[in-house]
Design a protein around this ligand. Structure first.
Ligand SMILES: Nc1nc2c(c(=O)[nH]1)N[C@H]1C(S)=C(S)[C@@H](COP(=O)(O)OP(=O)(O)OC[C@H]3O[C@@H](n4cnc5c(=O)[nH]c(N)nc54)[C@H](O)[C@@H]3O)O[C@H]1N2
Ligand SMILES: Nc1nc2c(c(=O)[nH]1)N[C@H]1C(S)=C(S)[C@@H](COP(=O)(O)OP(=O)(O)OC[C@H]3O[C@@H](n4cnc5c(=O)[nH]c(N)nc54)[C@H](O)[C@@H]3O)O[C@H]1N2
Ligand code: SF4
Ligand SMILES: [Mo]
Length: 744
């Protein structure tokens, strides 16, 4: 039988590479980069190749599991839904809607079925207890961008194709392949920038892979970015370097920012940052003095107690150096579908708000419809009205990915009922009473709902399924609709497609009012996420307007471009004021809550550095907590090591390769020491997502070399107060040698 070639966007990380997949007789033969892909041009990383391992992994779940007498047993879909119907609605009937909670995780961002249908489950549940990995990750960036530009996903990205200076703070795209910035082959693009005379500068407590190719790298004390950024702004004002450039007439609040950063002279912050005042001034001058420049900051600056402030000041720097919304600066993508910043009236909007409700136990405010995920354990543990008794998890493994995992694990055990939509029986789903598996990514269609809003270049790409799904196994959007129906007491017998027709009709009515029938007619023959996508593309900024603009995009056209690598919609274009959705129609440079929170940083200027702090790390061959079971990625040296500077190692009598105990308060983990000059003295780096040594999981390969769970060490009570984001770095620890042998 002859080989067939398929083209599929990789769903594993934000780079969204186009892959070329060879299939013979239903078997995967090879996976490589798709040279013609308009976004990634043939680039891929080892994880993309490992999609074959994922597809073939014997531990990946292919049937539902029901826990009976403490043991997970295979079940049919009918049995699984029946069990959920038997147990979940009575809990809601007895204790109310807030007795349920949902948590959704990172892979859902890469699944159109999950991302577009999860909100339907949330609406059906009607609970305020909605949690996600966003509060372990980018919520500060979304909050800052939302307050400044008016929508949660209006994120400014470096226009790397044209910039001459890129300042990267707390991100390591050479390992992560970019985040809140879809930029496949960052390294190639950075090298091209350097080849045309541009400079890459990295600020990170570790000399990372990205720092290693940079023109300059500066260590910073973990958690001190807000001080550095405020001092750079201070320098701009003090040295009369502020210029607003193209967005000048669209900015509110310059004077307020000037006043707010007054306490943060470079001299005042130098100790706190671990950076000389002269370096801070020089960075500000370089940024102001380079015509095409951008500041990009990511998870290192978000997962800290000043996450929102740091994210805000990054864009304040972009604005005040005249680099926002200009070629070569920090620009906004214009996605073909699903972007709120292309919907409705251009240039003005409702803006965003937070705190529409609060977490019952901690009082933490709602942000973007969610509560901080680090509140989940206490919401389950604490008795009272609205105590969480039933939980649905969707593509998430917070026992490993969220701080104080062991506490959460215990809390999950105390639930009355738990359902997980997940493809593995892992550290979190082992607590579930019912597990409902999704398909292999290669058995699903794909269109990135979020990432074209964050891409280095505008585009539209669609992937059909590479392989047919196993007979009888629903797609995840269908499973979500069935769950929603159960919660709404509609029973288990309703057909998912009929439920979908009903939902779509409602969505069309909400979005298109009097034209709803025409939209339903125009999209007939489609269903599920495909139909949602066609509607979004056709009504989007490049769309055919359901026939009004025949040259415009629709699903059929995007589908037809699959083998030629998708549709290129060009380089980033200036979008202000059209993109803005703030009530003022301006960029809000000085949101009141941010200015107020900056007082916290003023009070904290003198805090001495702890002797030792821990930060996180990513590795190209790993992906948060769930890809350690794939042979291609698992081979090679142990990646879950604690990097320690030689000075610290000598001081603490730690030797390379030996086991050490890391301790923070009452929490501790054991990890293998790796002595490394990459580290800033006083800082230790340990990756997250490890710790596969818990019982009752089904991850045979991962369990052979489990690694240490960094999140068993971290405190679930530490949050950025504005965004609710967890603090994952800069935590004070102690470290000492420990006798013992490490598996693997
Ligand atoms: N200390 C520390 N902790 C961190 C971080 C850090 O830097 N330091 N990073 C944080 C960040 S940025 C993030 S995003 C979170 C991630 O945390 P989570 O969102 O919880 O993601 P993972 O831990 O990767 O778990 C993903 C889950 O999805 C399942 N899964 C994979 N594919 C599918 C699918 O197609 N369908 C379904 N239904 N399930 C699927 C996997 O089996 C696994 O259970 O971790 C955070 N945790
Ligand atoms: N291979 C791989 N790729 C991934 C993932 C993965 O697990 N593996 N996860 C994906 C996910 S969910 C995300 S969110 C992205 C994240 O993508 P990135 O933001 O690029 O994440 P990291 O590689 O963890 O880089 C964060 C950097 O911040 C530094 N840092 C830590 N604390 C501080 C601090 O206080 N200040 C400063 N300035 N720097 C600090 C760390 O040393 C690290 O180098 O990666 C995605 N891509
Ligand atoms: S960088 Fe790797 S994991 Fe990320 S999308 Fe590309 S191939 Fe997939
Ligand atoms: Mo993330």
């Amino acid at each position: 039988m002859s080989d067939t070639i398929h083209h599929r966007i990789c769903p594993l990380c934000e780079a969204c590479c186009g892959l070329e997949i060879k299939v013979r007789s239903g078997q995967l033969i090879s996976i490589r980069g798709h040279e013609q892909d308009v976004l990634s041009k043939g680039y891929l990383c080892p994880k993309g190749v490992a999609l074959k391992d994922l597809h073939e992994d014997a531990d990946r779940l292919r049937t539902p599991l029901i826990k009976r007498n403490g043991v997970h047993q295979s079940a049919t879909w009918d049995e699984a839904f029946a069990e959920i119907e038997r147990r979940l609605p009575p809990i809601i009937a007895a204790h109310g809607r807030n007795a349920t909670a949902v948590v959704v995780g990172n892979p859902s961002a890469h699944k159109i079925g999950l991302l577009s249908y999860f909100p339907k489950l949330v609406r059906a549940l009607g609970t305020q207890n909605v949690f996600s990995a966003s509060t372990l990750d980018q919520m500060p960036k979304q909050l800052a961008s939302g307050m400044m530009f008016g929508h949660w996903l209006s994120i400014a990205l470096p226009d790397i194709a044209r910039t001459q200076l890129l300042l990267v703070i707390g991100a390591n795209p050479l390992a992560s392949n970019g985040s809140m910035w879809t930029v496949p082959d960052f390294k190639g693009k950075a090298r091209a920038m350097q080849a045309r005379g541009g400079k890459l500068i990295v600020i990170d407590p570790r000399r990372t892979e990205t720092a290693a190719i940079a023109d300059a790298h500066h260590f910073i004390r973990p958690g001190a970015d807000v001080f550095l950024l405020a001092a750079m702004l201070h320098t701009l004002f003090a040295e009369n370097l502020v210029r607003l450039g193209a967005v000048e007439i669209w900015v509110n609040g310059v004077d307020e920012v000037c006043a707010a950063v007054a306490p943060f002279s470079p001299e005042a912050v130098t100790e706190r940052c671990g950076l000389p005042a002269s370096t801070i001034r020089e960075l500000a001058r370089q940024l102001a003095g380079t015509e095409r420049a951008a500041v990009y900051a990511r998870i290192g600056t978000c997962t800290q107690e000043y996450g929102t402030l740091a994210s805000w000041l990054v864009d304040a720097l972009n604005v005040l150096t005249g680099h926002l919304d200009v070629p070569g600066g920090a620009m906004f993508a214009k996605a073909a579908a699903f972007a709120a910043n292309t919907a409705g009236r251009a240039g003005v909007g409702k803006g965003i708000s937070t705190g529409r409700h609060h977490a019952r136990v901690s009082g933490a405010p709602e942000v973007f419809g969610e509560l901080p995920i680090t509140c989940l354990a206490e919401e389950i543990e604490t008795p009272g009205d609205d105590q969480v008794r039933a939980l649905i998890t969707v593509a998430t493994n917070p026992v490993l990915s969220s701080p104080n995992g062991p506490r959460l694990s215990q809390a999950l055990d105390s639930l009355d009922f738990m359902v997980s939509l997940d493809i593995y029986l892992n550290e979190t789903t082992r607590h579930a009473d019912v597990i409902l598996p999704g398909l292999s990514p290669l058995e699903e269609m794909h269109y990135d709902l979020a990432f074209p809003q964050l891409s280095w270049r505008n585009h539209a790409r669609y992937s059909p399924p590479v392989l047919p799904p196993p007979p009888g196994q629903p797609e995840e959007w269908q499973t979500l609709l069935k769950l929603a129906a159960i919660v709404k007491n509609k029973g288990t017998q309703l057909d998912a497609n009929a439920l979908d027709d009903e939902e779509f009709a409602q969505d069309a009515q909400r979005l298109f009012g009097a034209h709803a029938d025409a939209v339903i007619h125009a999209t007939q023959g489609l269903r599920g996420p495909q139909r949602v996508l066609d509607m979004a593309l056709r009504s989007g900024p490049y769309g055919d307007g359901f026939g009004l603009k025949p040259e415009g995009l629709n699903l059929a056209k995007v589908m037809a471009s699959n083998s030629s690598g998708g549709i290129d919609l060009g380089a980033l274009q200036p979008r202000i004021p059209e993109l803005l959705r703030t009530p003022s129609g301006k960029i809000e440079l000085a949101p009141l809550s941010f200015i107020a929170d900056l007082q916290r940083a003023v009070a904290d200027l003198q805090r001495p550095a702890p002797d030792l702090m821990v930060i996180g790390r990513r590795d190209l061959r790993s992906n948060n907590s769930w890809m350690h079971n794939l042979p291609l990625l698992a081979k090679g040296p142990m990646r879950c090591t604690a990097l320690v500077h030689p000075i610290d190692a000598a001081r603490l009598q730690l030797s390379d390769g030996a086991l050490a105990t890391l301790e923070a308060g009452a929490r501790q983990v054991q990890a293998q020491v790796q002595i490394s000059e990459q580290m800033m003295p006083g800082v230790v780096s340990l990756p997250h997502g490890w710790g596969h040594d818990l019982p009752d999981t089904r991850l045979a390969l991962a369990a052979q070399r489990p690694g240490a769970n960094l999140n068993a060490l971290l405190d679930d009570q530490l949050r950025d107060p504005l965004s609710g984001n967890a603090v994952l770095g800069g935590i004070a620890i102690t470290m000492r040698p420990c006798s013992g042998v490490l598996a693997g």
